[in-house]
Design a protein around this ligand. Sequence first.
Ligand code: ADP
Ligand code: MG
Length: 224
Amino acid sequence: MEYVLETKDINKHFYKPKDFHVLKDISFAVRVGEFASIMGKSGSGKSTLLYILSTMDTEYTGELYLNHELVTGRHHNELSRMRNKHIGFVFQFHYLLSEFTVLENVMLPAKKLNEKSHTAIERDAMQKLEMLKIDYLAHQRASRISGGEKQRVAIARALINNPVILMGDEPTGNLDSHNADNVFHIFKKLKEEEGLSLLIVTHDEDFAKRTDRIIQMEDGRIIS
Ligand SMILES: Nc1ncnc2c1ncn2[C@@H]1O[C@H](COP(=O)(O)OP(=O)(O)O)[C@@H](O)[C@H]1O
Ligand SMILES: [Mg+2]
């Protein structure tokens, strides 16, 4: 089986204010091209898990593999580079730089990766904006566009380095149903047309039901 992401027995504790076993024996995998969702009550550990999977949190035991490569234990600088190159991330809030244009926001992670010329990055960014049907917003300031448009810009930004997996922590949590549906269809299209793998935390049952698989969390465990 071809996996894009795999975990083996991940456990995590928070030690403050007191010892709390937040993730318990998390072993699961996401297949290449799979669109998986994670559901579970508030406080069940979803965000904590995504934070580890996206390599931002390294305080855990167990193993994390990306593209069959062991990620756990690598140096901070290397993790930062792997994250920028291989993982796209979309949050509930878009975190765009409001004084920058839409195009500049989308270009930023590619500028940081520093593998391509400015012209090539600009061309890639325009292509992502076209794919998400918001190329007409390219030269607008990010502060001037609507909430639904901002989330699409955030998706374009997450895709700029052609990640192998797109992760999202409640990416539709702050959107009305029309815009949430729009985001679902963008994700579905990315899976179907680009073969992208997706792992999306959601509260929205309608959203989750339409993904390939629902991973259910309860009290720090995956229960199905
Ligand atoms: N930095 C932290 N220190 C201590 N406890 C935390 C910290 N972050 C989260 N928690 C606790 O861990 C549990 C899981 O949180 P979280 O992963 O955010 O859940 P979810 O995203 O499923 O709502 C919650 O009980 C939360 O209060
Ligand atoms: Mg959360």
